[in-house]
Design a protein around this ligand. Sequence first.
Ligand code: FAS
Ligand code: PHB
Length: 403
Amino acid sequence: MRTQVAIVGAGPAGLVLAHLLRAAGIESVVIERRTRDYVEGRVRAGVLEQGTVAALARLGLDRRLRAEGLVHTGTNLAMDGGIVRIDMADLTGGGAVTIYGQQEVMRDLFDAAETHGMPIVFGAEDVRLHDIDGASPSVSYRTAAGVQHLACDVVAGCDGSHGICRHFVPEAVRKTFERVYPFGWLGILAEVPPAAPELIYASHANGFALSSMRSPTRSRYYIQCGIDERIEDWPDDRFWDELCLRLGPEIAAGVVRGPAFEKSIAPLRSFVGEPMRHGRLFLAGDAAHSVPPTGAKGMNLAVSDVLMLAEALEDFFVRNDQSGLDGYSARALARVWKAERFSWWFTGLTHRFPEATGFDRRMQVAEFAYLRTSRAAQTALAENYIGLPLDPAAGRPSTEARA
Ligand code: FAS
Ligand code: PHB
């Protein structure tokens, strides 16, 4: 078999890239380890930046998103009884985010891929990359029919934080940067109305809490927990009690309790692997970087990476211009590091670190007080939260201008 772009991984990065390439008339094959149901069943992100919404709209994949997504023009921070609303629309000249779960995004991407007859191999085992340093790269994998070989011109490594592609960047050229946080997020889904109409990020002496949602009838809540804690340690009643304590009495008055039908613990870390390209292999999304979910950047970064990669691949295949591919890693990393900084900063502001001293807590309180009174501080938070624009590739108009 042969294709132009072999995409390893059918998460947001892999599937959005496949659709962008289809729209540009470029062939691809997606190779996924899991089943569609498994990928679609993973409960992950909930907030779409406006650049992600624009990309899905450009691809004609936003019908359900426009009908069911919740547009939020503000978000909120709570600490020690005080609440600050960040009016994103006012501070950024109309900016907003859309609440629409990653599961729904994946359903829309998979449904559209089926409609367009886009080839996705599910259940691919023992995926391997070959000759990515040379001019004839290929990907091999095993299915029930035996070992398959897919020849290609380019490999897109979109296989997430536990994938294999990143390891094909040789140790000699690879630099990694990591911060592992001494806590995780315990998240639940419950069929109860959200506590408030917008998201609330709460910082309490016991730890962080987040009041989010998926719809007017489905709530998504998180509390910071110890990295060695287990789901069994947190029966529903204990979760609801701790959530309400951390949100504070005013917000807790809006909390409607009910059975959690999904409960999971996610570790938090900041990670970047440089470069995001080696030979004919290009990395995108969690395959190259991870952020703590505090800033709601993970899935959105995956989309912005592939927007830049698709542009470069179109230049390569359609206009025989390699400059975009040569500049991809530096251009993507410039935006990745800004999102890493914001996610790290927002996590530091809102979470309780085990080794924190009284001085550290005072710094959090002072930063919150500054946010409360400074339009400049609120604007900085707002412009990062709605998503920074993509820097145009050298010699090109900005991607948004082409959307
Ligand atoms: P993904 O991990 O989504 O997709 C990679 C795909 O590659 C997977 O389907 C995997 O099965 C496949 N794969 C892996 N190895 C393979 C192999 N060897 N061969 C073939 N296929 C292979 N982000 C937020 O913004 N907000 C959140 O609240 C949030 N919560 C999260 C909770 C958890 C537990 C995790 C792990 C992540 C969370 N994220 C969150 C981040 C998440 O949304 C990611 O940023 C997003 O899924 C990244 O998309 P991809 O880069 O496509 O990677
Ligand atoms: C979510 O609703 O899952 C969500 C929202 C905001 C975040 C992280 C997760 O920062």
